[in-house]
Design a protein around this ligand. Sequence first.
Ligand SMILES: C[S@@+](CC[C@H](N)C(=O)[O-])C[C@H]1O[C@@H](n2cnc3c(N)ncnc32)[C@H](O)[C@@H]1O
Length: 270
Amino acid sequence: MGQRPTATTGAANKADQYGLGSYPAIIREPLVAIRMLASAGVVATVDHVRTISLLRLHNRLVDRRRRAKFVDVLERATNAEPLRVRSTTPEEVVQAVHCAPLPSKTVLWAIDAAGIDPAEYDLVDVGSGWGFALAVASELPFRGLTGIEFDRGFHDMAVRNFDAFAANGSVAPGRVALKHESALEAELPGEPLVVLLANPFGELIMARFLDRLAASVKKYPRPVVILYVNPTQAHLFDRSEVDEIALRGTAATLLRLFSPYRVRAYRWNG
Ligand SMILES: C[S@@+](CC[C@H](N)C(=O)[O-])C[C@H]1O[C@@H](n2cnc3c(N)ncnc32)[C@H](O)[C@@H]1O
């Protein structure tokens, strides 16, 4: 596998993008908004402010307590490190989205709103970072859980976290399979599958990943549901074998009103 891509990933968040990453939040956030207004317009700025505000709220009200149970966390969005990455092509590093966990409520509401019965599926988190979403999913009775993460540093953090959970009895040993692999090489479980995509990568890699998923469904026909959070490449799901699932119920309303990220769900027909 290619171990030394030369390209670097982009800024891990808007503050870094505008060169404001080192400022305290009270100065940083208004400055980011002002710069965004000038460069990206009102709609994008309002959307950004909503996302940041809701992320803070989720963290303060719910996820701070959850994070405290992990032995190894990243305090802020962090880019994959090219020297640590296991990739099939340099574009995977260029197209990688930074490591930052989803709010737990977004994961739980998405599963509920898509009508998924965890007892019928394995779940695979493609781009599993340090394991936060997997830990949330492990509280539900999924048949199996797998994380695929191409950055060795993030993968090792997830391994340490789940080792600690196994030691303190909160997650059974071996319940979560963690793979230090690229999304473009990992074998997907041949069981009925929920694929969690927390906006891990850009268009080129997503297109290649979906082709691999198509081949996997052809080889092992089985129900496959995709939960695509922050669906920046949703147009790629406009394929004959894919149907969008309408999100329903209270969880769909909660997602719409209170999730920092939008969610789309798809069924892949074999
Ligand atoms: C937004 S984070 C997701 C965090 C995780 N799903 C959670 O919610 O706890 C995206 C992750 O995808 C990983 N990633 C990006 N491109 C990848 C690829 N080609 N193969 C595997 N992992 C990748 C990044 O390193 C990053 O950790």
